[in-house]
Design a protein around this ligand. Structure first.
Ligand SMILES: Cc1cc2nc3c(=O)[nH]c(=O)nc-3n(C[C@H](O)[C@H](O)[C@H](O)COP(=O)(O)O)c2cc1C
Length: 237
């Protein structure tokens, strides 16, 4: 296959078919009404070995992770901001995250609503030197929530919204269609790292799976790239 040939036409098609926007969001949400309540637990007819829960700090943090949908305009400070972005760092030439083939197709952006010295700024995290690039301005949460798919669910204003952006070419060029799968899995690694750090900081968070992809992509200045918007996480107090 030559370099210019599309390595993952089916992943591209799948992505297109899962796009959300102001036209199809109602259809998406209406399907929730028929939601199946039984999530299908597995129970084998065996004599099971009982395990113990760890009694350590890491497990305490894991227990404290939960989704919160009520925020109070809290202004996060630089220490907290640094703590949150540290989840995605590269330290001693090593990322805190694993990645298929070391291709690292995920990049982290954030919209700062209530962040000291960064109010209404869009930032990009440079993992190599652990810094934030200010790449533009954004509106307040209240003016943006309509494109998060969570307009009616979130009460009050969060401090910051993290956006996990995938660059499929980095990974499908090596792994073809399966690279699309890896990219989505890796986005989950970033988010879980962040959610645990948020729990450690005693802040609140919830993932937002209904972002209007193209609106967000354009806002980040990525319109003419292969970027895909995987998920958002709002955080605050
Ligand atoms: C991929 C993904 C997408 C999600 N999207 C949303 C969302 O759009 N809005 C929301 O309120 N919660 C969202 N959630 C949060 C789940 O509703 C929540 O994790 C689940 O109900 C379990 O509750 P807990 O996180 O408090 O343990 C999402 C979670 C995941 C993993």
């Amino acid at each position: 296959m030559t370099k210019n040939q599309n390595s993952s036409p089916l992943f591209d098609l799948y992505w297109e078919n899962t796009n959300l926007n102001d036209k199809n969001i109602l259809n998406f949400v209406n399907n929730f009404v028929n939601e199946e309540k039984d999530i299908g637990r597995i129970k084998y007819p065996t004599n099971d070995m009982k395990l113990d829960y760890p009694k350590d700090k890491l497990f305490e943090i894991m227990k404290n992770r939960q989704s919160n949908r009520k925020y109070n305009n809290y202004q996060i400070n630089k220490k907290q901001l640094s703590s949150l972005f540290s989840c995605f760092a590269k330290i001693d030439n090593h990322r805190l995250l694993s990645s298929a083939g070391g291709k690292y197709p995920i990049e982290v952006y954030a919209l700062c609503f209530n962040v000291k010295n960064l109010n209404n700024k869009i930032v990009y995290y440079n993992y190599i030197d652990n810094s934030l690039s200010i790449i533009g301005d954004c509106k307040n949460w209240n003016d943006l929530k309509a494109i998060t798919g969570a307009e009616d669910l979130i009460i009050g204003e969060p401090s910051i919204m993290f956006i996990f952006v995938g660059f499929p070419n980095r990974v499908v060029s090596k792994y073809g269609e399966r690279g699309g799968r890896f990219l989505l899995i890796e986005s989950g690694h970033y988010i879980q790292n962040l959610l645990l750090r948020i729990a450690y900081e005693k802040l609140k968070a919830v993932e937002l799976g209904g972002l209007f992809d193209n609106h967000i992509k354009n806002m980040l200045g990525l319109k003419n790239s292969d970027a895909i918007i995987t998920l958002g996480v709002i955080c605050g107090k």
